[in-house]
Design a protein around this ligand. Structure first.
Ligand SMILES: Cc1cc2nc3c(=O)[nH]c(=O)nc-3n(C[C@H](O)[C@H](O)[C@H](O)COP(=O)(O)O)c2cc1C
Length: 201
């Protein structure tokens, strides 16, 4: 499937078939779609929690106001971002470079993020948001449907999954084979609102 077809046909699906587990090779391909997603300074903030445990799924469903896809989907992934990833041995993000180039970029990275807590958090969320779309498009290309979700109490979810300090839950993604047709698209904003030429007026 080409990327434009995946973009056009990806829709949020809330009801999944119960008998179509995602084979390991496909699951690995989805995780690889995250791995090759871009992140600022290659920091790779993603920490993805794969929830297979049924009791945990039910607890998470309660934290998400009962949304049925949390227990009904084949896979439930919780995309978390590590806010401190920028300072966790950042040399490893550039270990394939020659030492002088590695030092140059790592020093730049440290200057860029030091003492900027808002930016550090924004970056973790940005990385996860891009990864989320990669994952959902890859899923579509492999014949699966998905639903990105923020409709939950993030503090409750954090407690359920033992979210470490300085991590942020950015969204959940459910995955599986659709058991419903996607609804009509909600409605687009006008192009002249979406696309701003040169500057805001
Ligand atoms: C960050 C984010 C959070 C969302 N949270 C939920 C959610 O909690 N529950 C839900 O049913 N849909 C959720 N959605 C799905 C949106 O309602 C959906 O993407 C939007 O209406 C466009 O429809 P489409 O995905 O079918 O193209 C979320 C989407 C995004 C991007």
């Amino acid at each position: 499937m080409n990327v434009f077809t995946a973009l056009e046909t990806r829709r949020s699906i809330r009801q999944y078939t119960s008998n179509n587990p995602i084979p390991q090779a496909h699951f690995d391909a989805l995780i690889n779609a995250v791995r090759v997603s871009p992140t600022s300074f290659n920091i790779q903030h993603w920490r993805i929690v794969r929830v297979l445990d049924s009791a945990l799924r039910h607890q998470l469903q309660e934290a998400a106001w009962g949304q049925e896809q949390i227990t009904g989907a084949q896979e439930l992934l919780i995309l978390c971002g590590d806010i401190d990833a920028w300072q966790k041995n950042p040399e490893r993000y550039w270990r394939n470079l020659e030492t002088d180039k590695q030092n140059y970029i790592v020093n730049m990275l440290k200057d860029f993020y030091s003492s900027k807590s808002q930016l550090q958090r924004d970056e973790a969320i940005r990385s996860c948001a891009i990864a989320a779309q990669s994952l959902m498009l890859a899923a579509k290309a492999l014949g699966y449907d998905s639903n990105p979700m923020i409709g939950f109490d993030a503090d409750d979810v954090g407690k359920i999954i033992n979210l470490p300090n300085q991590h942020v839950v950015t969204m959940m993604i459910t995955l599986g084979k659709a058991n419903e047709a996607a609804g009509v698209r909600g409605g687009d904003i006008p192009l002249n609102e979406l696309l701003v030429m040169n500057t805001f007026s």
